[in-house]
Design a protein. Structure first.
Length: 204
């Protein structure tokens, strides 16, 4: 206990008054502004409490527990006021959402450019009939899909993506020049959509 009392006495005598009165509140304000600008707002509360506890400790060492309690109340008020900054949307998050919207629009444009809607011929389009047409005849550009797959194979792919690309390659090559049923035509269409998602993922 004597060591603890000496530590309190030393802190009260050596820690300048501006540390709890200016530095601690300023640090919390800086946290609030920083997290508002760049995100990570969940970290604000524990950091503010840690800084506030340090400030209360310094004040109690220099003054009294009563003064420390008053300081704690004022500090919580200041921390709460600046927490209102979090009502402002995070600029970086908003920018990231904008990039995601642009990427999605680009992917959709690529999809519409290199894939025509699969429209089956009117003749023989009844369910249960024999294969209707080749993928090329229905507007699906398999050569473009093959080219994209070749580009993807040159990238540093994750093991899962590499396996998926190998499977897609086998599927596309298996359908090339083959008369396809309605179900198979839709499978080819799904392959194209998956390839386009992968090219967007690897920024090709």
């Amino acid at each position: 206990m004597e060591i603890f009392l000496k530590m309190i006495e030393w802190v009260g005598a050596n820690v300048p008054a501006w540390v709890p009165l200016i530095a601690c509140p300023a640090l919390v304000v800086a946290f609030a502004v920083l997290f508002t600008a760049v995100g990570g707002r969940k970290a604000y509360a524990p950091l503010a409490l840690a800084v506030g506890a340090a400030g209360v400790f310094f004040v109690c060492c220099a003054e009294s527990a009563t003064v420390g309690a008053i300081y704690a109340a004022l500090f919580l008020f200041v921390a709460g006021i600046f927490a209102l900054l979090f009502l402002i949307p995070c600029p970086l998050k908003k920018r990231a959402e904008g990039r995601e919207d642009r990427r999605r629009a680009r992917d959709e444009a690529i999809y519409n450019t290199f894939r025509e809607e699969l429209e089956l011929p009117e003749e023989g389009a009844q369910a249960g009939e024999e294969p209707l047409a080749t993928a090329e005849e229905c507007g699906t550009c398999l050569s473009h899909v093959t080219a994209l797959l070749a580009k993807l194979k040159k990238e540093k792919l994750s093991p899962a993506d590499r396996l998926e690309i190998e499977a897609l390659t086998r599927t596309v090559e298996g359908y090339r020049g083959k008369a396809l049923s309605e179900k198979e035509l839709h499978l080819v269409n799904d392959c194209l959509a998956t390839v386009l998602k992968l090219t967007a993922k690897y920024k090709l």
